[in-house]
Design a binder for this molecule. Structure first.
Ligand code: G
Ligand code: G
Ligand code: MN
Ligand code: NA
Length: 254
């Protein structure tokens, strides 16, 4: 209960802020964009990762408010970064199912994008497989409205849920993010290699971009390059960093 009050205050006092994990084109080894990952700068407990507060935020619906905070901060960050580079950068933002149920979603996203001159084509909203499984008709309608704004949609944590190939066709996805569990042993376990190969091939067949999550070492990277997985992120490249550090990655400053 204290924690709930604490989180409400955190939203008011601007204690929530996204960190940014860089994403790379694996063939060219070029920075292509970032995933925004929320952190809580707690006044006494230090920097808290999402696992410490996202469940509570979902249960209390505070995740809707937090979602707009993260979306706005990510758009602001992207606007700043685009002033320092000619290449167009992607910004991926995680969305909880509750956010998709918010009546004002489309209006609010539109007004935030207007405020920061965001090119909607540079944004991706990540939803998990569980979202896809529940509330199919309404979810599909909302995702189509998001697509109509020009924003792309990524299916997060792919392989951990129960989505079928028919869902992948039916929903307006642009990208699938291969869950870290398949990447972890993809340099040493033949079954995992075959699964990743299968997912990359399926993505290509369906016209979707494949993103590997949690690339930790060079062997995993080499395997993913060999399998033509187009994009990736992970500690090998960088952990999630502050907006300031993300900016330095873009400008090439040390
Ligand atoms: O940064 P970290 O690996 O601890 O993030 C763990 C998970 O927390 C992410 O995979 C994502 O599912 C969730 N998460 C991170 N940031 C956000 C956010 O801004 N909104 C929502 N809904 N989930 C987030
Ligand atoms: O959205 P999602 O739940 O997939 O968020 C990705 C999370 O995974 C982030 O919280 C990030 O901190 C974490 N992460 C990113 N890259 C790596 C990695 O290479 N190894 C591990 N163990 N975790 C990672
Ligand atoms: Mn994600
Ligand atoms: Na994920």
């Amino acid at each position: 209960l204290n924690m709930e009050r604490d989180l409400r205050r955190a939203i008011q006092c601007d204690e929530l802020e996204p960190y940014f994990q860089p994403q790379y084109d694996l063939a060219k080894m070029e920075l292509i964009g970032f995933e925004a990952l929320v952190r809580w700068k707690h006044p006494t407990r230090g920097l808290l990762p999402p696992v410490e507060f996202i469940d509570l935020a979902e249960k209390t619906h505070m995740i809707v408010e937090i979602g707009y905070v993260v979306f706005e901060r990510a758009c602001a960050q992207l606007e700043q970064m685009q002033q320092h580079t000619k290449s167009s950068l992607a910004m991926s933002i995680n969305m909880s199912p509750r956010q998709l149920e918010d009546e004002d979603l489309i209006e609010k996203l539109t007004s935030i994008m207007d405020r920061y001159n965001t090119n909607p084509g540079n944004l991706l909203l990540e939803i998990t497989e569980n979202v896809v499984m529940s509330k199919t008709a309404k979810t599909l309608e909302v995702l189509n409205s998001i697509k109509a704004l020009g924003i792309q949609i990524a299916l997060d944590d792919f392989g951990t849920g129960y989505s079928s190939i028919s869902y992948l066709q039916e929903f307006p996805f642009d990208q699938i993010k291969i869950d870290r569990q398949f990447i972890v042993n993809s340099h040493q376990n033949e079954t995992d290699v075959r699964l990743v190969k299968l997912i990359v091939g399926m993505a290509e067949t369906l016209g979707l971009e494949a993103v590997a999550e949690g690339i930790d070492n060079i062997e995993q990277l080499s395997k993913l390059q060999e399998l033509d997985c187009s994009l990736g992120q992970g500690y090998l490249f960088s952990k999630p960093v502050t907006g300031w550090e993300a900016m330095k990655l873009v400008t090439g400053e040390k």
